[in-house]
Every structure is written in C-alpha cells, then in structure tokens.
Write a protein that binds this ligand. Sequence first.
Ligand code: CP
Ligand code: NVA
Length: 311
Amino acid sequence: MSRNSPRHFLSLADHTDEDIRRYLYLSRMVKLNPTGFRDACSGKTLAMLFLKPSLRTRVSFQAGIFQLGGQGLYLGPKDIQLHRGETIVDTARVLSRYVDGIMSRMFSHEDMLDLARHATVPVINGLTNHNHPCQVLADLLTIDERFGRLAGLKIAYIGDGNNMAHSLLHGCARMGMHVAVGHPEGYAPDADVVARSEAFARRTGGSVLVTRDPREAARDADIIYNDVWTSMGQEAESQTRLEVFGGFQVNRDLMACARPSAIFMHCLPAHRGEEVAAEVIDGPQSVVMDQAENRLHAQKAILVHLMGVRF
Ligand code: CP
Ligand code: NVA
C-alpha cells in the first residue's frame, strides 16, 4: 500500500485507484492463503460499534479479526453511552485508549467522520446513510474473480440512489468501469457523488450514466446490481417506496436487457418479490453468496493493512 494510503477506511473516494487495487490484491492473498495471515493481527482488539442491525458486516468482521489472531468486541446501540448523550468525540477518544481499531456502522456520515477525526486508531466504515465502502471492495473482488478484469465492464445499479449507489459509483468509476444508475424520480444519487465519480471516470476511461429508465441503465450491462427499496432507518417510508419503485424490480425481463453473460449482484439482505424476483436472485446468474463470502476476505485485508502487526 502506498505510504500516503489513508489511515482510516471511510470512503472509496478517499483512496487512490492504486490503493484500491492493492486492497484487492491483498484480499486475494488473504483468501488464497488464510493460514499465512493467522497471526497478522495477533493481540489486537477491534471494537465493533453497531447503531444499526447487521448480519454480514457483524459476523464477517468478528470472524475475520479472530482468523487474524485478534479479537472483536461487539458494541450494540444499548451497550454504550451514545444514546444517553455521550458525545461521538468522547466515544472516539475513550475507545482509542483501549483498542487497536474501530469498525462502526452509524446513521449519520458526519458522525462517522467525527469518530475518525477524534480517534487515534484506525476507523473502518461499516455503512452509513451515505456509503458502504466495505461492501463495494468485496464486490469489486467478486467481479474481478468472475470476469478476470474490472476496467471496461458495464455495471448497472437499479433502484435507490442510496449508500450502495454512492460507493458503487466511487469504486467502479475509479476502476475504469462504466457505471449506470437507473432510479425513480426523486431518488437520484447525490449530485456531488455523481460529479466526483464522473471526474474519476474521465481519468480512468470509465463512464457514468444516471437515468430514470431502468432498461436504458441495464442495456448491454455485464453486471446488474440492486439493493432494498427501503434502507435501514427509512421504515416509515416503506409503503410509499413500494409504490414508487414498482417499475424498478430486477426480473427476467430486465435481465434480458443485459448481456447474456451478465451476472446479478445484491449486497443483501434481499426482499424477493420486491426489488428482485426470486427467479433472478436464486437463478444461475446470481453471485450474491460469493459477494457475501468476499466480505470476509476483503475486510481481513483492510484489518491487516490498517491494524496488522507485520505488514
Ligand atoms: N450487506 C450488508 O452490509 O449486510 P448487513 O447489513 O447484514 O451487514
Ligand atoms: N441500503 C441498505 C444497504 C444494506 C446493506 C441499507 O442501508 O439498509
């Protein structure tokens, strides 16, 4: 990793293209030879702060740090004092006196940045309302495994312009991919994320297309990606969202707009019959379980790089 590689892992926009490539290389090494890394975080403790629920992020980080010789400490929303008015700043400073790294899932991205600003140990973003970089690092690994390359491939993200859309825009544009987002009116990705990703793509030979037509987004894609219509924390909007997103389901018809060799990806958890038809997510084009597995390998690479004793 370059000497200037950020000491935190907060957004794929913060890392250089080369940095992301090195993270992917290290992920492949960790996946190929897990025993070679079994002492890489020996004696290290990772605090895992979760203000939202999780299956994949929680278990893959806990298993990952254990497999590297360290230990994970799960801290749910009721286990700490944030909900009783303790500040993010004090939480960051106190945790930094006890542990070697902090992995955190929070609502506000500003809170995540605050945590990182005041922690003296590395902070890893395990999802905010704004982005989800660990998921996309694992997704890039999965795509590279399937196609043997990233640059030049077209990925179509169908649905809400949310945290997943943002990290896919950043990460895929940095890797020279063509990123298309098909979203309903009023649910576009943030304009600044799109502008930043367009700038990355101009440099890497990729491109960015944002459209309200899911079929246009999906046309000739190598990868069709989607996510829930109602993200964590938006439960009160779920009825409205069911109506608004109705035409944005990934089903056999939409998959037919993509290349015959296209794969289907989803960060999970999924709702069959809503954003994706069961025939697609459970069909032969789906790679969702490889994505879920690769969370483990990619995050072990992040832990080794940021907290490792020997690397
Ligand atoms: N994809 C993902 O981050 O899943 P969890 O919310 O279960 O961690
Ligand atoms: N957009 C989803 C992603 C879950 C991994 C959410 O924030 O709930």
